[in-house]
Design a binder for this molecule. Structure first.
Ligand SMILES: Cc1ncc(COP(=O)(O)O)c(C=O)c1O
Length: 482
C-alpha cells in the first residue's frame, strides 16, 4: 500500500506570513544539533530557568501548598510534633514558616473555588486589587498627582503576550489601521500586527545615542505612515528595551506621552523588564506615573516571566488600562471589549494568577521568609549584571563589534560591522551555533537599520558556561570577519 498523500488546503495567509525569529530557523537548527548529541546553550530567549536559574523559594513554597492544600494542615501538625524538641536531624528551615502557611490559606479562602476551577475572566477581584496596590505603591499614587489604579481596569492574563494581543486585536480593524513599533523590537509586536491584518509602522531607535527615542524620528515615521493612508492608532514602547536594554528616563517618557497626546495615539507600554535595571543612576519610571492625570489612553503590561522571578513557564501577566477610549457609535468602552475577549478565553491559568499575586505581594520585612527572599532576589539580579559585564568585555576582543547603550533587560544587542561580503547576521548566527553551541538571534529578527547587522544574546547562562564559551566565540568571530 502506498503512503497516504495529505490533501492541500488554504489557510489564514496572515498566520502563514507571520514571523517570530526567537523561535525561528536558528533554534530549529539548534534542536537538530541537540538531537545529534551536541551541547546547546539556548540564549535565544529570555528564559532564565532554562539556563539553570533557580526559582525563588518563597514563590515555590506558596505555589506548592496552594496547589495541594491538604499539605497545609499536615505541615502544621508536623511542626507541632517537632516543636522545640529534638528535631531528629531536621532544621527549623525544613518546615514552611507560619507566614507561608497563613498566606497560602488566606489565598485559598479568598479564591473560594480552589485552583482547579475557572475564575472570573479578568482574574479574581482580590488579585486585581493586589495588582492595583502594587502599581500605586510603585508610582506613589498615594501622594495625589497620580490617580489610583482601578482594579476594574486590570486583567490578569496568560503572560504579557496575551495582554498585548488583546489590545492589538482590538485596535486593528483592517490594513488601513497601523501601530507604531520601535525598531529594533521584540517580534511579538510585528507578529501580532501581522496576524490581525494591520500595518506595522516602524520608528527607529538611535543606536549610537544608546538606543534613544528621538522626537524627529517619531514625527517622520508618523508623517510617512499618514501619507501612505494609514490611520495610526497607537505606539508601542518597550521599557526597558528588548532587544536593546535601553532604559528611558523620565524626560523621555514625558516627551513620548506628549507626542502621543499631540497625535491622538494610545500608548502600549511594555514594562515587563521593570526590575531588570542594573545601573544605580538609571531607575525605572513607569508610563502610568509620568502620565499622572493626563488623558492619553495607556495600556501597560507586566509579566511574571522576567525580573528576578523568571517564572516564564507559569504564564502570569497583567494588563492595566488608563483612560480607556469610548467605542464610537456604541455605549461601550475599550475595557468592555477586552473583557469580551477574556471571556471567550474563559480565564487565565490559575497558577499564573497566583504567581502574579506573589509578585505584587513580596514578603514584608518583619516576616520569616523576608531575609532569604531578599537575598535570593539580590543574588539573581547581581548575577545577571555580572554576566552581562563578562560578555560585554568579550566584545572588546572581537573585531568590528560595538555594543551601545546601558545594560538593561536580559539582552545584549551588539552591532557586527565588517561581515564578509555575501554573508549576513543570519549566516553569522548559524555559524556561531555550529561552532560553539550558542543559540542567538540575528538582528534581522528584530528589525534594524538597513545595511547594519546585529545579534541578540540573552545574558543568562551560568558564569562557568560563559567563561568556557566566550573564548570560542571570540575565536570564531575573528576568523569569520578576517
Ligand atoms: C518585551 C517583551 N514583552 C513581552 C514578552 C512576553 O512575556 P510573557 O512571557 O509574559 O508573555 C517578552 C518575552 O520575552 C518580552 O521580551
Amino acid at each position: 500500500m502506498g503512503s497516504i498523500k495529505p490533501r492541500d488546503m488554504t489557510v489564514n495567509r496572515r498566520i502563514l506570513e507571520m514571523e517570530y525569529a526567537v523561535r525561528g530557523p536558528i533554534p530549529s537548527r539548534a534542536a537538530e544539533l541537540k538531537q545529534q548529541g551536541r551541547r546547546i546553550i539556548p540564549c535565544n530567549l529570555g528564559n532564565p530557568q532554562a539556563l539553570g536559574q533557580q526559582p525563588v523559594s518563597f514563590y515555590r513554597e506558596v505555589l506548592s501548598l496552594v496547589e495541594h492544600p491538604i499539605r497545609i494542615e499536615r505541615e502544621r501538625r508536623l511542626k507541632t510534633l517537632f516543636n522545640g524538641a529534638d528535631l531528629h536531624g531536621l532544621e527549623r528551615d525544613d518546615f514552611h514558616s507560619d507566614y507561608v502557611l497563613e498566606l497560602s490559606e488566606n489565598y485559598l479562602s479568598q479564591l473560594e473555588t480552589g485552583m482547579g476551577a475557572y475564575s472570573d475572566s479578568s482574574g479574581p477581584r482580590f488579585i486585581r486589587e493586589a495588582v492595583a496596590g502594587f502599581i500605586d505603591r510603585r508610582d506613589g499614587a498615594v501622594s495625589g498627582s497620580v490617580p489610583r489604579s482601578d482594579p476594574e481596569q486590570i486583567f490578569i492574563t496568560n503572560g504579557a503576550s496575551e495582554a498585548v494581543r488583546y489590545v492589538i486585536d482590538l485596535l486593528i480593524d483592517d490594513e488601513s489601521d497601523g501601530v507604531m513599533i520601535p525598531i529594533p523590537q521584540y517580534p511579538l509586536y510585528s507578529a501580532a500586527i501581522k496576524r490581525c491584518g494591520g500595518t506595522q509602522v516602524d520608528y527607529f531607535l538611535d543606536e549610537e545615542s544608546g538606543w534613544a527615542m528621538d522626537r524627529n524620528l517619531l514625527d517622520s515615521s508618523l508623517e510617512g505612515a499618514r501619507k501612505r493612508g494609514v490611520t495610526v492608532k497607537a505606539m508601542v514602547v518597550i521599557n526597558p528595551g528588548n532587544p536593546t536594554g535601553a532604559v528611558l528616563d523620565e524626560e523621555t517618557v514625558r516627551e513620548v506621552i506628549a507626542f502621543a497626546g499631540d497625535n491622538d495615539l494610545a500608548i502600549i507600554a511594555d514594562e515587563v523588564y521593570q526590575e531588570n535595571v542594573y545601573d544605580a543612576d538609571a531607575g525605572f519610571v513607569s508610563f502610568a506615573r509620568v502620565l499622572g492625570r493626563g488623558d492619553v489612553p495607556l495600556f501597560s503590561v507586566h509579566s511574571t516571566s522576567k525580573g528576578f522571578y523568571g517564572e516564564c513557564g507559569h504564564r502570569g501577566g497583567y494588563l492595566e488600562i488608563r483612560n480607556a477610549p469610548r467605542i464610537r457609535n456604541t455605549d461601550l468602552s475599550f475595557t468592555d471589549l477586552v473583557l469580551k475577549q477574556a471571556s471567550v478565553n474563559i480565564c487565565s491559568n490559575t497558577v499564573g494568577q497566583l504567581m502574579m499575586y506573589l509578585l505584587v505581594n513580596p514578603p514584608p520585612e518583619n516576616t520569616a521568609p523576608y531575609r532569604r527572599f531578599t537575598h535570593e532576589r539580590r543574588k539573581i539580579l547581581e548575577d545577571l549584571h555580572d554576566k552581562a559585564v563578562m560578555i560585554r568585555a568579550g566584545f572588546d576582543h572581537m573585531d568590528g563589534v560595538s555594543c551601545f547603550g546601558r545594560t538593561g533587560a536580559m539582552y545584549l544587542f551588539p552591532r557586527l560591522d565588517g561581515l564578509p561580503d555575501g554573508t549576513d547576521d543570519f549566516d553569522y548566527c548559524m555559524g556561531l551555533l555550529d561552532r560553539t553551541g550558542l543559540v542567538t538571534v540575528n538582528g534581522a529578527g528584530f528589525g534594524q537599520q538597513p545595511g547594519t547587522s546585529h545579534l541578540r544574546i540573552a545574558f543568562l547562562p551560568p558564569r562557568e558556561v560563559i567563561e568556557e564559551v566566550l573564548p570560542k566565540w571570540i575565536e570564531f568571530h575573528n576568523a569569520y570577519v578576517n
